[in-house]
Design a protein around this ligand. Structure first.
Ligand code: CMX
Length: 459
């Protein structure tokens, strides 16, 4: 035990440093300075302690979607079942306190969070602004992307359009070209370029999909604003409070450690040395599933259906009627969207952060009242089922109502917003995967016969 404490004391801490300790100032220079030390640390860990076991794997875990099996290294964030997410050691309230906002005291900007996720250092306002300028400068889409999006059938789901457009940008990949021409030790530099370019271009792609599907197809940029403010203008929203909501939204949706399907898919595909465009397109396909990111669309659909049915039947919205509606959903063989989680065992702090925003900015919104009453009812109903491991709300239970309040009502689009945000975590980690030269991911599968043979032996 003492030996473990000594080792742990020597290991790099997953806690953000408050000021950049290095003299290098651009994001790429800070990262370049960090790489040799981190490579050496990983090599030492592998060489001297590679044979240390991390626990047994049970048959239940093999059949049950690998829950809890520690099988991936992920440094940008960590998820504790009770406490929720920490980004480089910082909780959501820590980020709100420490990361620079667009304005003093405002919500942290996604640019500040990208800096934190990549470097584990809290950026100064100047560094975050420098990254904003860099992202704006990189934001021009390859010429074929706009016509491609305009050519999609109007009824193609926005997430299908989004994943297809991100994959189609691969024509611009510097990493894919470099793979054939440079020493693999230098590949991280090209991954960096692609990753920053993906961050820079996702908002315009997302906005084009939105404007083509629901509006006049025109996208108007405002590069005098930050990443989120410009994104809101491109979508067609001008309320500064909505800009703040978008900053909060993007930060809390950015990363949720590595095991979630979108992050894991990005990491897995990236491990084949597929470039960041294709890797993140894979992540977006995973995010589009209703048990993962698409749940945000499902939640609003569920609440609107509840509201419409109650109105038609002349029923009041209260705890009793919501309980009835919840039971009817469960009895029809469906899940309650926005509730439950594979890791969390408490109310998601991302839900709580959105609730605080609602209490401050829209306390009297009728949909917010429904969401709050659902929160009072659903955990009890799910607990009574006896099989649900986490009856508490997750991030998706709240986001739609906030968006709706500001007139963003097209809920079949909501997962695209999640997709713009999730890139920040999944691709920051992908940067480190390449900088550390992590190998092809290739876990072992086993047959049912093997499991039966092990089960029989254990008796
Ligand atoms: N409503 C009804 N049943 C639920 C439930 C919910 N919200 N959450 C879990 N259950 C059920 C499961 O379907 C499972 O039932 P079966 O044994 O009949 O298959 C049982 O409870 C045990 O599941 P669990 O171990 O508690 O949860 P999992 O790790 O298997 O699944 C999740 C996690 C998120 C897929 C599940 O809670 C769910 O389907 N929630 C609703 C969809 C949702 O909100 N997804 C978004 C999650 C956040 C994100 O990734 O974006």
């Amino acid at each position: 035990m003492q030996a473990f404490r000594n080792l742990a004391a020597r290991a790099p801490k997953a806690t953000a440093k408050s000021v950049s300790s290095r003299c290098a100032s651009t994001l790429k220079e800070v990262l370049a300075a960090q790489i040799p030390e981190k490579q050496a640390s990983l090599l030492k860990l592998k060489k001297e302690h590679g044979d240390v076991g991390l626990g047994m794997v049970t048959i239940d875990q093999v059949i049950g979607g690998s829950r809890g099996i520690k099988t991936m290294m992920w440094e940008t964030s960590n998820l504790d079942p009770e406490e929720g997410i920490r980004f480089r050691g910082l909780t959501i309230p820590d980020c709100q306190k420490k990361l620079p906002g667009y304005q003093k005291g405002g919500e942290p900007t996604p640019e500040a969070l990208i800096w934190l996720l990549l470097t584990s250092e809290v950026p100064t306002k100047e560094q975050a602004d420098m990254l904003t300028a860099d992202l704006h400068a990189r934001s021009k889409l390859p010429a074929h992307i706009e016509p491609l999006i305009r050519s999609f059938p109007k009824d193609m789901h926005p997430m299908t359009q989004f994943a297809a457009a991100v994959a189609a940008m691969q024509t611009d990949s510097k990493f894919a070209v470099a793979y054939h021409t440079v020493n693999k030790k230098e590949l991280w530099q090209h991954a960096y370029e692609d990753i920053l370019n993906v961050f820079a271009r996702l908002p315009e792609i997302a906005a084009l999909i939105y404007r083509c599907r629901y509006a006049d197809g025109q996208v108007k940029k405002d590069l005098s604003l930050d990443y989120s403010g410009n994104f809101c203008r491109m979508l067609g929203f001008t309320d500064p409070t909505f800009d703040e909501l978008m900053r909060l939204y993007m930060v809390i949706h950015s990363d949720h450690e590595g095991g979630n399907a979108s992050a894991h898919a990005t990491h897995l595909v990236g491990s084949t040395l597929s470039d960041p465009y294709l890797s993140y397109a894979a992540g977006l396909c995973a995010l589009a599933g209703p048990l993962h990111g698409l749940a945000n669309q499902e939640v609003l659909g569920w609440i609107l259906q509840l509201q419409a049915e109650f109105k038609k039947a002349g029923k009041p919205v209260n705890k009793d009627t919501i309980e009835e509606f919840t039971l009817a959903t469960l009895n029809s063989g469906k899940v309650i969207p926005g509730y439950g989680h594979a890791v969390l065992r408490k109310t998601d702090p991302r839900y709580e952060a959105q609730r605080q925003f609602a209490l401050k900015h829209l306390p009297d919104d009728p949909l917010f009242h429904i969401v709050s009453t659902v929160y009072e009812v659903v955990p009890g109903v799910l607990t009574k089922l006896g099989k649900v491991k986490n009856p508490w709300p997750n991030v998706d239970a709240h986001s739609g109502v906030l968006l709706c309040h500001y007139g963003f009502t097209q809920h079949d689009y909501y997962t695209v917003l999640f997709g713009v945000s999730r890139a920040m975590g999944a691709l920051s980690q992908l940067f480190w995967d390449r900088a550390l030269g992590l190998p092809l991911e290739r876990p072992k599968s086993v047959t049912p016969e093997f499991l039966w043979s092990q089960a029989t032996k254990a008796k």
